[in-house]
Design a protein around this ligand. Structure first.
Ligand SMILES: [Cu+2]
Length: 120
């Protein structure tokens, strides 16, 4: 029995659209420095690149220091729409950069980038 043309069209549309919707929330594609990296103490340029556009005004970066104290990391204004960048100055120890981003599809995603800072 033939599937009505209309139903075929809807099924095709759903197949095309659903993966795009599912992928629209932000996934971290690349970080500088990478997760688990060791960097020298001093100024550090942090750059997190996502697979989609993010709302920078409603995204947050938190620095968890070696003593577990948390600080908000100011996000650079006017960056590209899929990137969070910031500048830090760090002393030796084990840190976590905790990111929380709001994607254009309204979904929030979170993750951690641990970094080790060594003596210069
Ligand atoms: Cu999503």
């Amino acid at each position: 029995m033939a599937v009505p043309y209309r139903l075929k069209t809807l099924t095709l549309l759903a197949a095309l659209l659903l993966p795009a919707i599912a992928q629209a929330h932000a996934i971290l594609e690349e970080s500088t420095p990478p997760a688990g990296a060791s960097v020298k103490a001093g100024p550090l340029d942090l750059r997190l690149r996502y697979n989609s556009r993010i709302d920078q005004g409603r995204s947050r970066l938190t620095l968890i220091r070696p003593d577990h104290a948390k600080d908000t990391i100011p996000i650079d204004a006017d960056g590209p729409p899929d990137i969070l960048s910031a500048h830090l100055t760090l002393t030796p120890g084990a840190y976590i950069v905790r990111w929380q981003v709001l994607a254009v599809d309204g979904h929030i995603t979170r993750g951690d980038v641990p970094i080790t800072v060594t003596a210069p």
